[in-house]
Design a protein around this ligand. Structure first.
Ligand code: MEV
Length: 314
């Protein structure tokens, strides 16, 4: 008999406002969920497991298996799982974390598990580890809890603090510097290699990134963004020193700075080709939009601080 079931769960993409890479080394990160979502739809079928995805299908398969194991459950009959996404892939926008979280969430609904976001997040983190090797857990946490998060890795656990933003934020624009050829795992490994070879120098960069993140978070907490452009520029310089920004992204960012704006990559980055999306800030957002149009760069208008994982049917 076919199980009477039809579930739809979604999770958002993200940007890292400050703290990518240094967060892997226990420094804080400031993140925001963005209004681009990934959807996992589950339907009971007679038999077999069919997964339909644009995303890397093996990750979807793995996420499915891992959740089933974590919950110690068996499927009655079969399942058709369809994944559709609005989150650009390999752009530092957390598409794989959104997949992990939404898959876990959808299976929680299917197995009628209590909607425990901490547990969903922990299982999603195990899935992320397969994809990225040594992730901090910040990507799955923002996809799970949404909003704005202050995140810090503490060994195998996380310190997560939601930031209450009940005021109008400055307008940010995301520009696409292109798909990163490297995976997040490869970029994290690259930094780790640098850390092993140039310990003191890399340690200094990571410490400075930690301080920039604290100051940036303070702008958001106090609703005072006077220092934000300076902090974004400093942040970008440190990421360049760390060696995670490609030439193409670097050039775009220098041009934005010349126009009086500030910009930084906002994810793992990439050096062989694109470095993913660039977070841009200018007192007049129109300057960035005009620049993007003139340079024929794709830009994403985004809303920050949206809801985390959610059941689309409830
Ligand atoms: C990737 O979105 C962010 C990194 O800091 C890796 C991680 O935190 O797992 C580069």
């Amino acid at each position: 008999m076919v199980e009477e079931s039809n579930f739809l769960v979604s999770a958002p993409g993200k940007i890292i406002i400050s703290g990518e890479h240094s967060v892997v080394y226990g420094k804080p990160a400031l993140l925001a969920a963005v209004d681009r979502r990934l959807f996992v739809k589950i339907r009971g079928i007679e038999k077999g497991i069919k997964i339909i995805a644009d995303e890397p299908e093996d990750l979807a398969q793995y996420a499915f298996q891992k959740t089933k194991e974590a919950l110690n459950k068996k499927i009655k009959g079969g399942l058709k799982i369809k994944i559709s996404s609005q989150i650009p892939v390999a752009r530092g926008m957390g598409s794989s974390a959104a997949l992990a979280v939404a898959m876990v969430g959808a299976l929680f609904r299917y197995f009628k598990e209590p909607w425990d976001k901490n547990l969903i997040n922990r299982i999603a983190y195990q899935i992320e580890k397969k994809q990225h090797g040594n992730p901090s857990g910040c990507d799955n946490s923002i996809a799970c809890f949404g909003g704005f998060l202050w995140f810090q890795k503490r060994g195998e656990s996380f310190k997560i603090r939601p930031l209450k933003i009940d005021f109008r934020l400055p307008e940010f624009v995301l520009l696409d510097s292109g798909r990163a050829k490297e995976t997040t795992g490869e970029m994290v490994a690259l930094v780790n290699e640098k850390f092993k070879v140039q310990k003191a120098e890399t340690g200094r960069i990571l410490d400075s990134l930690g301080r920039v993140t604290e100051k940036t978070a303070s702008c958001f907490k106090k609703a005072n963004f006077a220092l934000l452009p300076v902090l974004i520029r400093e942040n970008e310089r440190l990421l360049e020193e760390l060696g995670v920004v490609g030439k193409k992204a670097g050039k775009i960012i220098r041009k934005i700075e010349k126009l009086g704006g500030a910009a930084k990559i906002c994810g793992a980055g990439g050096i062989k080709q694109g470095s993913g999306v660039i977070l841009c800030y200018h007192q007049e957002a129109k300057v960035i939009l005009d620049f993007a149009k003139k340079q024929k760069l794709t830009y994403f208008p985004v809303k920050l601080g949206v809801q985390g994982v959610r059941d689309e049917k409830n």
